[in-house]
Ligand binder design. Sequence first.
Ligand code: PLP
Length: 233
Amino acid sequence: MALPDYAEFCRRADAARARIAAACTRVGRDPAGVELLAVTKTHPAAAAEYAARHGLRAVGENRVQEAATKRAACPVVIAWELIGHLQSNKARLAAETFDRVQSVDSVKLLRHLDRAAADLGKILPVLLQINAGRDPAKFGAEPADAAALLETALGLPSLRVDGLMTIAPLSDDPDTARRTFENLRAIRDDLAARFGAPLRELSMGMSGDMDAAIAAGSTMVRVGTALFGARSA
Ligand SMILES: *Cc1c(COP(=O)(O)O)cnc(C)c1O
């Protein structure tokens, strides 16, 4: 699918921000506490240029190689975040390509990313992806393994843990998403208290379920289709 023109993108981004603001108002939150992450996967590098021109901080991509190619072709400064599943054998390219990896779900992957970041002489920010909706079709660490994952992560010198990420199961029941997000929030509050780590970031909510995510404390909603249109791949 072709990208919309820049003016149309701006209208859509403004509409998304208005929706975030309305969801915040309903629950007494400050809209400044919820970031709009523009998901540019499958779209050309121009999508990231739009996001930067509009003043967004970051874009989200779900494939390492695709993002590496796109970032190399993208002349603007914007942060790149990995939101898709990452295999350990791609940890090095991921550490090179991304400013933050949101999809860290195993001790093995943590160790690979830490080593890669150390070799690059950088501190790599990460989020731990938790399967808070217990969806058999989704990646993410099981909630019961979250504490062990965080303990390992906090001991790795070249990683910085900013918070948690989840994807709600696909469901016709809106309560499923709400429960998933409330569960992630509860896991975060528990881990933050036990480990004395702020874990400020809660990346949860997409186009279809952002209102429930914001009510549960989301600090970042990940939106692709509503900004750039349908994906062909
Ligand atoms: C693709 C994707 C999104 C954005 O989905 P849309 O339906 O296009 O808004 C959000 N989060 C993750 C993890 C994704 O892979």
